[in-house]
Design a protein around this ligand. Sequence first.
Ligand code: HXC
Length: 510
Amino acid sequence: MQTNTEMLEQKRAEARLGGGQARIDKQHAKGKLTARERIALLLDPDSFEEWDMFVEHRCIDFDMEEHKIPGDGVVTGNGLINGRPVFVYSQDFTVFGGSLSETHAAKICKVMDQAIKLGLPVIGINDSGGARIQEGVASLGGYAEVFQRNVLASGVIPQISLIMGPCAGGAVYSPAITDFIFMVENSSYMFVTGPDVVKTVTHEDLTAAELGGAEMHAKTSGVSHGRFENDLELLVNTRRLMGFLPLSNAGPLPIIECDDPIDRQSETLANIVPENPNMPYDMKHVILEIVDDQEFFEIHADYAKNIIVGFARMNGMPIGIVANQPLVLAGCLDCNSSRKAARFVRFCDAFDISILTLVDVPGFMPGLAQETGGIISHGAKLLFAFAEATVPKVTLITRKAYGGAYDVMASKHLRGDVNYAWPNAEIAVMGPEGAARIIFRDASDNPELLEKKTQNYREKFVNPFVAASRGYLDDIIRPVNTRRRLVNAFEILKRKQLKNPPRKHDNLPL
Ligand code: HXC
């Protein structure tokens, strides 16, 4: 007779094999790793503690009682990333297509409940045909149980969604609620309704990639925060991202030893801004010159490129960076860049990550497309996010800060803690040409006089000294010294404690 120990080993072996070798081979043939291989690469070696390996579904319809696989299509548990604990679940496409049954959902909910209770992140690996069709409404209920936990965990623990296969129908809404979504090129997709239904309803003939592939979501919809060539690259980068994040909103931040001298001067920064104010330059070079070891983890790199957001370190402390990018649309604020930056600022604020804002913004993007697209509400989101944020906020104006965009970009008036500008900064209601055309209308048919008046306006207002004389800037700093000045600002601000007035919750202009 088989002993319990033998039975245990047999069940473990069954669970580890998931849907069987043939289906594993099929998964590999698609260039995809299995649920367990993904966990093994995501976590530190041998750190995975699996839970609920023996859970089986309870469905008795459609002969399902004869088809049971221990684990029921999702591998769950906890482990370490660079020695720091996380919870993880990984859907197993080889078991009923990774589809979500009542028990599969209960396994996910169990790790989420523990993660919330213990203050640890959850990383969800999605690779699923959606609701387990044989289970009907029980499966739908399971999804909603997951959604509810995603919402309660939002802002409490970091939640990361890795889309590494199909993710369709209502299933997309769990990742959508989480903080970051990463996708794999060519083997992952997300959509609310698939190509077949779309064809019937709207007569659009689209591939899954066109409708919801990694490229589309990274570049166009902005649903995804990053896309990677294959499973391995995505998992390695997820480990990198986790290195910047606290385990929960109760902290602490993962501060590491910094070998990069904090007073390192940069001659590159002295010459980075072109003399011609209409010439662009790459704000990413500014970021790399300032931060520790030139390491910057960019979020949403392919979306709304006129603003840059991402994580870096200053003197070993993780910070969030929001920066206008003069290379794209002159760095102006539009609907998409406002939404992108607003969500990032709110993530940083929720998890006590200080924010560095680098400003070179000619204003909000004008035009019918922007107005009909709701730039008023979207721009307000960014303003709201900066204004409500209570984390340390350090702002550096590298060149332009015009109009409402000056206010929005973490200005002194929105409780910026330390606000600096480089000497050639231009801070005004609008650019000199536009301003002169309005206030010197009487000189409009005299080009010489208009140019003289424009020059006069430029000299008087287009500089950082007016703002500094009012205390809207705390100092005007030399570009070569930027790193030292910013590190010092973040160091002194570590003591910052600020609370907003009590309320049930705010009413962000969604
Ligand atoms: C049960 C499923 C399943 C599902 C796939 N399988 N999806 N079993 N419920 N939802 C099973 C298949 O029967 C098959 O079993 C195995 O998984 C692999 O599926 P294939 O079709 O062979 O794989 P592939 O060709 O790669 O196609 C993958 C797929 C396709 C595109 C995901 O399987 C598919 O379209 N599935 C149905 C998707 C769907 O309509 N789901 C419900 C959406 S509604 P065998 O035994 O042959 O290996 C929804 C609502 C959520 O999810 C609402 C939340 C609020």
